[in-house]
Design a protein around this ligand. Structure first.
Ligand code: ADP
Length: 229
């Protein structure tokens, strides 16, 4: 279990200003925990980023780690899913022990619905054991703990109630598909170093329903096409 290094900054992310301002506070807490602890304010233990794929959830979590200058541990929910009962739970325990030893730090769990689905629906013992371990570990943080768990999902309705309870993922941040202005800003980021001669506003108007990731690949595909011609 090794931290990933990242150089993503808030300024690399176009739009989603509300999301950024919510997370700026988390960055501040990780940077200056004394300021908050002095007044008995504790860090939210978990932040759940909810939104469709490709809107920048992973990117923003990386930016939080980078701006707070703390190690970033990336795990996908699916990597905890094993065949043998107890294996996933063991992995959760190992992860948290490494991360706590390196605190302040951030754990990012992508697609948490892979482990966080409501218990008892499908009767999957392995997944239940993994989820229980995750809940136990999050409860085990004391108030001075500066380990932050950020998770992402696009299916919040499937998640177990227990995960959403106060003291676990008590911050929920919704990341939406970019609107007209945000699409324009994202396109500008990806067109920055390209010999582009056109109307960004027009393209932003034509790309209703595109995520940030889709816009990035649109620019890339267009560049390949232009080079081939
Ligand atoms: P998610 O985790 O929500 O599925 P990602 O964070 O993995 O999405 O985003 C995938 C890629 O899409 C990013 O690496 C980035 O290139 C691009 N992207 C998405 N949203 C934005 C944004 N708001 N600004 C700039 N690039 C973005």
């Amino acid at each position: 279990i090794e931290p990933t290094t990242t150089d993503v900054k808030f300024s690399d992310i176009a739009g989603i200003d509300e999301v950024k301002s919510e997370l700026t506070q988390v960055v501040e807490f990780l940077n200056k925990p004394e300021k908050y602890l002095k007044y008995g304010v504790s860090l939210p233990k978990g932040v759940l980023l909810v939104g469709p794929p490709g809107v920048g959830k992973t990117m923003i979590a990386k930016a939080v780690a980078n701006e707070a200058d703390v190690p970033f541990y990336y795990q996908s929910g699916a990597s905890f899913v094993h065949i043998y009962v107890g294996m996933g739970a063991k992995k959760v325990r190992e992860l948290f022990s490494v991360v706590k030893a390196n605190s302040p730090s951030i754990i990012f769990i992508d697609e948490i619905d892979a482990i966080g689905k409501s218990r008892g629906v499908s009767g999957n013992d392995e997944r239940e054991a993994t989820l229980n371990e995750l809940l136990t570990q999050m409860d085990g943080f004391d108030d001075k703990s500066t380990v932050m768990v950020i998770a992402a999902t696009n299916k919040i309705e499937l998640l177990d109630e227990a995960l959403l309870r106060a003291g676990r993922f008590d911050r929920r941040v919704y990341v939406e598909l970019p609107g007209l202005e945000d699409r324009e800003a994202i396109l500008k980021i990806y067109l920055k170093d390209k010999p582009f001669d056109g109307d960004v506003k027009e393209i932003a108007k034509m790309t209703v329903g595109f995520s940030g990731a889709a816009l990035a690949s649109l620019v890339n595909e267009a560049s390949i096409y232009a080079l081939n011609r």
